[in-house]
Design a protein around this ligand. Sequence first.
Ligand code: AMP
Length: 216
Amino acid sequence: MNSATETIVIALTRGRILAETLPLLEQAGVQPLEDMACSRKLKFPTSMAGVSLLVMRGSDVPVYVENGAADMGVAGKDMLLEYGGDGLYEPLDLGIARCRLMTAMPEGASETGGRLRVATKFTRIAKRWFAEQGRQVELIRLDGALEIAPAMGLADAIVDIVDTGNTLRANGLAPAETIAEISSRVIVNKASMKIKSRPVRAILERLAAAVPAQPL
Ligand code: AMP
C-alpha cells in the first residue's frame, strides 16, 4: 500500500471468527497494532501501511462492505445468506469457523403434517428453504433463547447453527436437516474491487496463500 489514496478498511466479525481470522491475516502480513480482543475500540491500525481493521457483529459486516464503509470483510456464510442480495463479491472461503445451519426438533418428535412453528434468527434463510420444499411454516423470530423455545411451547422446531451438537443435546433437541454448510468468507465491495484493485487483490492473494488446503 504505497499510495495515500489506497487505504483499505477490513471489517471483521467479533468472537470466534475473529480469533480464527487474525492468524490468517497475520500470515498475510496484516497484524493489528493492539490487542483487538481486549480493547473497546472498533477501529485498529495494522502493521501494513494504509490497512485498518474494524470489529463488529457478523450481521453488520455485509452492511459495512456493501455500502463501501469498509472495502473488505470477513463474515460467516450464515450471515451472508441471511443478508442476501448480490451487492458484494465473495472471492475467498477461509475455511474457518465451520459449522452447519440445521433444523432441529425435540428428541423423538416428528412432524405432524400441520403448519410447523419454527423459531429462528435466520428468518430469510428459513423462509426460502421451507418455501423451496413447499412446506407451510410459521416463522417466529428470536435473537437468542432459541434452543429452549420448543420445550416452552413457543415453537415445534428451530433453525440454528450447529457445531458439536452439544447445545442442542443439552436442551433435549436433536439435529434434523442440514440447510447449509457454513464457513467464514472474505467479501469485497464491488467498487473497491475496481478502484482499489491492486491492494485488494494483493491482500486476497496473501490470504488465499495462508488458508490451509481444504478437504474435498
Ligand atoms: P455447539 O453446541 O457446538 O453445536 O454450538 C452451537 C452454538 O454455538 C450455536 O448456538 C451457535 O450460536 C454457536 N456457534 C457454533 N459454531 C459457530 C460458528 N461457526 N459461527 C457462529 N456461531 C457458532
